[in-house]
Design a protein around this ligand. Structure first.
Ligand code: ASP
Length: 447
């Protein structure tokens, strides 16, 4: 058997084994949440040590080196502008489509109607207000605040602090500027470009080593995630909601993105998706676009046929700002909560969801559970519109209601992260047409 096929088999087997261990060996509904947590903790810790932390170790150096290398290989600032513009257009366009798809589905299925709050309480789905408040404190809960925090991240006053705080966006912007400056500096900067290229190859080598740890890491992480809540949480009163999110994510992944890829990327989309199976499984098990980033960059260039120029630039940027899955999820989740409390949303309020869910997804970090937190922005914006239209007497939706969907968020987080990451990969494949690799071009740019 070829090494590549063996690894695929091991990774897919690990996924199945992880679910089985989590459900049948670890999960026990008679145990308290605390007892369950201490039971799954050794698995979670093992998964983090074997797979997640090694991946995280590479994120910041890899983002810096790959973006600088991508920008210097594009060479010409004007060309970079065109590629940047096309990339931004792709990100915003696909995110809006994702939210529209989510809104259409949630209106069609109406998962919140017919579910009584008492039913959720008896199924243990309602979490205490303090649980949710704890997650929300210190985060900007309105559009203006979160936009400002995004701008602050984009213009870091200290790039090293951005690196330490793992604010990938600040590192990407700094790397783009350094890359441009290296190109514009000509001959004296040539050794620095060579050094960056050398480091990039070394980091890619490290990624290929770490991928071999994936099977062990995936068993442990998936077992701990499934073991904590059990799969039964998915078939309770929230099952219609869970299904709406999953169907939406699948339509976007298997119909919308492939159509865009076929038209604009002139690529066989399903072959492309299959070629990135390691990325899909890594995103699913880690629930983090950032942790998956090293694997995405490596696989896009090796199995996915993306150019180095496109992958090195589009994928790191996309990991923080392009989140189709999170956008779709937030639209469905927020609409579901309003439906649950019998609050009808007008077309204007749905438009507010369209805009704020797009912004909230851009603002969400590529880490587990980030989408759940930025959802507060969407709820607050809709609430503001409700009270503006209905006056003081209108009851807004309290933020603690996010606690209702906390129990099923783990699994949905894993699913939406797959779409977040695949959105970036498809973008890289499309941009490859605009920025194919031409080995001697950089030499020419440097004169
Ligand atoms: N976990 C997601 C990601 O890393 C973000 C989210 O919570 O929606 O892409």
């Amino acid at each position: 058997m070829k090494k590549e096929n063996l690894l695929t088999l091991l990774i897919l087997g690990a996924l199945v084994l992880g679910v089985l261990v989590g459900q049948f060996l670890l999960f026990d509904p008679s145990l308290s949440a605390e007892a369950l947590r201490s039971r799954v903790d050794p698995w979670r810790i093992a998964g983090e040590l074997v797979f997640i932390r090694p991946l995280m170790m590479l994120i910041i150096p890899l983002v810096f080196v790959s973006v600088v290398s991508g920008v210097t290989s594009i060479g010409n600032p004007q060309r970079l502008g065109i590629i940047g513009g096309a990339t931004a257009l792709y990100y915003v366009g696909t995110t809006l489509v994702a939210v529209l798809l989510g809104l259409s589905l949630v209106n069609l299925v109406n998962p919140g109607s017919g579910v009584a709050i008492e039913q959720l309480e008896s199924a243990g789905q309602r979490t205490f207000e303090s649980d949710v408040q704890g997650r929300l404190t210190g985060r900007p809960g309105d559009v203006g605040g979160s936009f400002l925090s995004l701008l602050y991240q984009m213009i870091p006053d200290n790039p090293l602090r951005s690196a330490v705080d793992r604010e990938v966006l600040g590192v990407v912007v700094f790397a783009i500027l350094i890359g441009l400056a290296l190109v514009m500096s000509g001959e004296p900067a040539r050794p620095a470009i060579k050094l960056i290229d050398g480091l990039f190859h070394a980091l890619m080598k490290l990624v290929t080593w770490i991928i071999w740890l994936a099977p062990i890491g995936i068993v442990c992480i998936v077992a701990s995630r499934v073991g904590e809540k059990g799969l039964a949480a998915l078939v309770g009163p929230l099952s219609k909601y869970v299904l709406t999110v999953i169907v939406g994510l699948l339509i976007h992944l298997l119909v919308v993105l492939p159509a865009i890829l076929a038209v604009f990327g002139r690529t066989n989309p399903y072959r492309f998706l299959w070629s990135l199976r390691k990325v899909i499984v890594t995103a699913f098990s880690t629930a983090s676009s950032n942790a998956t980033l090293p694997v995405t960059i490596e696989e896009c260039q090796t199995s996915g046929g993306c150019s180095r120029r496109a992958a090195n630039f589009v994928v790191p940027l996309g990991a923080t700002v392009n989140m189709n899955g999170t956008a779709l999820y937030e639209a469905v989740a927020v609409s579901f909560l309003f439906q649950l409390f019998g609050i009808d949303l007008s077309l204007t309020q749905q438009l507010i969801i369209l805009i704020t869910a797009t912004l909230a997804a851009i603002g969400a970090a590529g880490i587990p559970g980030a989408g759940l937190v930025t959802m507060a922005i969407v709820i607050n914006a809709v609430n503001a519109s409700l009270t503006a239209v209905g006056g003081e007497g209108v009851e807004p939706l309290p933020l603690w209601t996010i606690g209702i969907i906390l129990g099923v968020d783990r699994i949905l987080d894993m699913c939406r992260t797959v779409l977040n990451v695949m959105g970036d990969a498809v973008g890289a494949r499309i941009i490859t047409r605009l920025a194919p690799d031409e080995p001697d071009e950089r030499e020419r740019a440097l004169g």
